[in-house]
Design a protein around this ligand. Structure first.
Ligand SMILES: Nc1ncnc2c1ncn2[C@@H]1O[C@H](COP(=O)(O)OP(=O)(O)OP(=O)(O)O)[C@@H](O)[C@H]1O
Length: 258
């Protein structure tokens, strides 16, 4: 079990404050989607939770200041799928997924049976077993995205933060990844995903944080957060939201007229 609390968090990059006054708490067993337009500060907020960018205010993981937590401990508690990561080394897929076990290994120690089993599970769940002997730098964008997702699953951490895990995936694999995120949350994990697909976010997430200009502009269930007025104000689009079904469905009409 793990929890993440943000108390009045600001992040300044260069001379710009890109996350401002964010207060939110995340607990076990919930899938939260972070949505908002390009440049809203979603990735920066995710990175602040992982202490990858310096933040003002307080980011607490299990009641401890994340910035003061040893990196290995933080990495064992929160697995991370970064946005659009470039791969530099020609590792096999299996070796790359195996890097997810690094936070569990003592320096210079070898991969143990428990690690091998976790790597196998992660590759199976991310549907990359057939790619295991391929060189990761030679994969297609979608194959690479699934391998990087598998690397995060291999950590078997109680929390998972995935930054745009659906980018480059075909519709079938998008649904597979959303099913996996849901299953992680149903199994008791704290799961946060930065998403652009509002339809999938609405269908799968328990909670949405809508970010604009570095601030939370709405926080609640998808039906509470996704209103036509907000989509117009935040994204500048005209949309119809149907809330009569099991989850809200969104039909996009186009750019909102001024
Ligand atoms: N290193 C940096 N120095 C200065 N500004 C930065 C830096 N990194 C990001 N930014 C700016 O911070 C803002 C928020 O960026 P961020 O990547 O968090 O947005 P995002 O909501 O994830 O966007 P997208 O949906 O396009 O991925 C953007 O305006 C971006 O240009």
């Amino acid at each position: 079990m793990v929890n993440i609390t943000l108390n009045d968090v600001d992040v300044t990059l260069g001379r710009r404050t890109v996350v401002q006054g964010v207060n939110a708490a995340f607990g076990a067993g919930t899938l939260t989607g972070i949505v908002g337009p390009n440049g809203a500060g979603k990735s920066t907020l995710a990175r602040a939770m992982l202490a990858l960018v310096p933040a003002h205010g307080m980011v607490e993981v299990d009641g401890v200041d994340a910035a003061a937590m040893p990196r290995g401990e933080l990495a064992r508690r929160i697995a991370y799928v970064p946005q659009g990561q470039t791969l530099h080394w020609p590792l096999t897929v299996e070796r790359l997924v195996g890097l997810g076990r690094l936070p569990h290994l003592a320096p210079m120690s070898r991969v143990a049976d428990v690690d091998t089993a976790a790597i196998e599970r992660a590759m199976a769940r991310a549907d990359v077993l057939e790619l295991r002997d391929r060189i990761a730098t030679e994969l297609s964008g979608g194959e690479r995205a699934r391998v990087l997702f598998a690397r995060a699953l291999a950590v078997e951490a109680p929390a998972l933060i995935a930054d745009e895990p659906l980018a480059s995936l075909d519709p079938g694999h998008q649904i597979d990844v959303m099913d996996m995120l849901r299953a992680e949350a149903a199994g008791g994990a704290l799961v946060i995903a930065v998403l652009h697909d509002l339809t999938l976010a609405a269908r799968y997430c328990d909670r949405l944080l809508l970010i604009d200009g570095g601030r939370i502009v709405a926080d609640g269930t998808p039906a509470e957060v996704l209103t036509a007025e907000r989509l117009r104000a935040v994204y500048g689009i005209d949309a119809r939201i149907e809330t009569s079904g099991e989850w809200p469905t969104i039909t996009l009409f186009g750019r909102a007229s001024a």
